[in-house]
Design a protein around this ligand. Structure first.
Ligand SMILES: [Zn+2]
Length: 143
Protein backbone atom coordinates (compact mmCIF):
# COMPACT_ATOMS: atom_id res chain seq x y z
CA UNK A 1 0.00 0.00 0.00
CA UNK A 2 1.55 3.26 -1.06
CA UNK A 3 0.56 6.73 -2.04
CA UNK A 4 -2.44 8.62 -0.84
CA UNK A 5 -6.05 9.14 -1.88
CA UNK A 6 -7.34 12.58 -0.84
CA UNK A 7 -10.99 13.48 -0.25
CA UNK A 8 -11.79 17.16 0.25
CA UNK A 9 -14.71 17.58 2.65
CA UNK A 10 -17.99 19.38 1.89
CA UNK A 11 -18.40 20.94 -1.57
CA UNK A 12 -21.11 20.66 -4.24
CA UNK A 13 -22.94 23.56 -2.64
CA UNK A 14 -22.06 22.75 0.98
CA UNK A 15 -19.51 25.35 2.14
CA UNK A 16 -18.85 23.69 5.50
CA UNK A 17 -17.67 25.99 8.27
CA UNK A 18 -16.44 29.51 7.63
CA UNK A 19 -14.18 32.13 9.12
CA UNK A 20 -11.95 34.98 8.11
CA UNK A 21 -13.70 35.33 4.77
CA UNK A 22 -13.00 31.72 3.80
CA UNK A 23 -15.10 28.59 3.64
CA UNK A 24 -13.99 25.18 4.77
CA UNK A 25 -14.88 23.67 1.37
CA UNK A 26 -12.61 26.13 -0.46
CA UNK A 27 -9.72 25.84 2.03
CA UNK A 28 -9.63 22.04 2.03
CA UNK A 29 -9.72 22.05 -1.79
CA UNK A 30 -6.76 24.42 -1.82
CA UNK A 31 -4.99 22.06 0.60
CA UNK A 32 -5.88 19.01 -1.49
CA UNK A 33 -4.51 20.68 -4.63
CA UNK A 34 -1.29 21.50 -2.77
CA UNK A 35 -0.92 17.91 -1.55
CA UNK A 36 -1.40 16.71 -5.14
CA UNK A 37 1.15 19.25 -6.44
CA UNK A 38 3.72 18.09 -3.87
CA UNK A 39 2.93 14.37 -4.08
CA UNK A 40 2.59 14.08 -7.84
CA UNK A 41 1.75 10.60 -9.09
CA UNK A 42 1.74 9.21 -5.55
CA UNK A 43 -1.35 11.28 -4.76
CA UNK A 44 -4.80 10.67 -6.19
CA UNK A 45 -7.05 13.66 -5.62
CA UNK A 46 -10.66 12.54 -5.42
CA UNK A 47 -13.17 14.49 -7.54
CA UNK A 48 -13.34 17.87 -5.80
CA UNK A 49 -16.66 18.78 -7.44
CA UNK A 50 -18.35 16.14 -5.27
CA UNK A 51 -19.59 16.15 -1.71
CA UNK A 52 -18.31 12.71 -0.68
CA UNK A 53 -20.35 12.75 2.52
CA UNK A 54 -23.64 13.55 0.84
CA UNK A 55 -23.22 11.34 -2.22
CA UNK A 56 -21.87 8.36 -0.29
CA UNK A 57 -18.79 8.12 -2.49
CA UNK A 58 -16.97 5.92 0.02
CA UNK A 59 -19.59 3.22 -0.54
CA UNK A 60 -18.16 2.60 -4.01
CA UNK A 61 -14.61 4.01 -3.88
CA UNK A 62 -12.07 1.56 -5.24
CA UNK A 63 -8.51 2.32 -4.14
CA UNK A 64 -5.67 0.45 -2.54
CA UNK A 65 -4.18 3.71 -1.29
CA UNK A 66 -4.62 4.99 2.26
CA UNK A 67 -7.37 7.61 2.28
CA UNK A 68 -7.37 10.97 4.06
CA UNK A 69 -10.42 13.23 4.17
CA UNK A 70 -9.66 16.90 4.77
CA UNK A 71 -11.75 19.16 7.01
CA UNK A 72 -11.33 22.17 9.29
CA UNK A 73 -12.87 22.62 12.73
CA UNK A 74 -15.01 25.50 13.89
CA UNK A 75 -16.02 26.07 17.49
CA UNK A 76 -17.08 29.67 17.96
CA UNK A 77 -14.73 29.68 20.95
CA UNK A 78 -12.18 32.49 20.66
CA UNK A 79 -8.65 31.18 20.66
CA UNK A 80 -9.54 27.54 19.95
CA UNK A 81 -6.79 26.02 17.86
CA UNK A 82 -5.07 22.80 16.90
CA UNK A 83 -5.36 19.91 14.47
CA UNK A 84 -6.31 16.30 15.08
CA UNK A 85 -6.88 13.00 13.30
CA UNK A 86 -10.16 11.07 13.60
CA UNK A 87 -10.34 7.30 13.25
CA UNK A 88 -13.06 4.71 13.82
CA UNK A 89 -13.90 3.79 17.40
CA UNK A 90 -12.20 0.56 18.33
CA UNK A 91 -9.45 0.90 15.73
CA UNK A 92 -5.82 1.22 16.69
CA UNK A 93 -4.06 4.12 14.94
CA UNK A 94 -1.71 2.83 12.25
CA UNK A 95 1.59 4.27 11.04
CA UNK A 96 -0.22 6.75 8.76
CA UNK A 97 -2.49 7.99 11.52
CA UNK A 98 0.42 8.45 13.92
CA UNK A 99 2.67 10.17 11.38
CA UNK A 100 -0.10 12.57 10.33
CA UNK A 101 -1.12 13.31 13.91
CA UNK A 102 2.46 13.95 15.01
CA UNK A 103 3.18 16.25 12.08
CA UNK A 104 -0.10 18.16 12.18
CA UNK A 105 -0.08 18.67 15.91
CA UNK A 106 3.48 20.01 15.64
CA UNK A 107 2.35 22.50 12.98
CA UNK A 108 -1.00 23.26 14.62
CA UNK A 109 -0.77 22.53 18.35
CA UNK A 110 -3.61 23.01 20.78
CA UNK A 111 -5.75 19.86 20.88
CA UNK A 112 -5.54 17.70 23.99
CA UNK A 113 -5.71 14.54 21.86
CA UNK A 114 -3.83 14.20 18.57
CA UNK A 115 -5.89 11.16 17.57
CA UNK A 116 -9.55 10.76 18.53
CA UNK A 117 -12.04 7.94 17.94
CA UNK A 118 -15.56 8.45 16.57
CA UNK A 119 -18.40 6.05 15.91
CA UNK A 120 -21.05 8.43 14.54
CA UNK A 121 -19.37 9.92 11.45
CA UNK A 122 -20.79 8.57 8.19
CA UNK A 123 -17.61 8.44 6.14
CA UNK A 124 -15.58 7.02 9.03
CA UNK A 125 -18.15 4.23 9.30
CA UNK A 126 -18.47 3.65 5.53
CA UNK A 127 -14.71 3.28 5.18
CA UNK A 128 -14.48 0.97 8.19
CA UNK A 129 -17.28 -1.23 6.85
CA UNK A 130 -15.48 -1.63 3.53
CA UNK A 131 -12.00 -2.17 4.96
CA UNK A 132 -10.66 1.07 3.48
CA UNK A 133 -7.59 2.47 5.24
CA UNK A 134 -9.09 5.85 6.18
CA UNK A 135 -8.75 8.80 8.51
CA UNK A 136 -10.48 12.20 8.69
CA UNK A 137 -8.27 15.16 9.53
CA UNK A 138 -9.38 18.42 11.10
CA UNK A 139 -6.71 20.84 9.87
CA UNK A 140 -7.04 23.41 12.61
CA UNK A 141 -9.93 25.81 13.17
CA UNK A 142 -11.19 27.95 10.31
CA UNK A 143 -12.82 30.33 12.78
ZN1 LIG B 1 -15.94 19.65 7.83
Amino acid sequence: MAGLFVICGHGAGDPGADGGGYTEAERVRALGARIKALGGSEVELGDTSRNWYRDGGLNSLKTDKPVVELHMDASGVPGAHGAHVIIKSGFEPDEYDRALADRLSAMMPGRAEKIVHHSELANVNRAARRGINYRLVENGFID
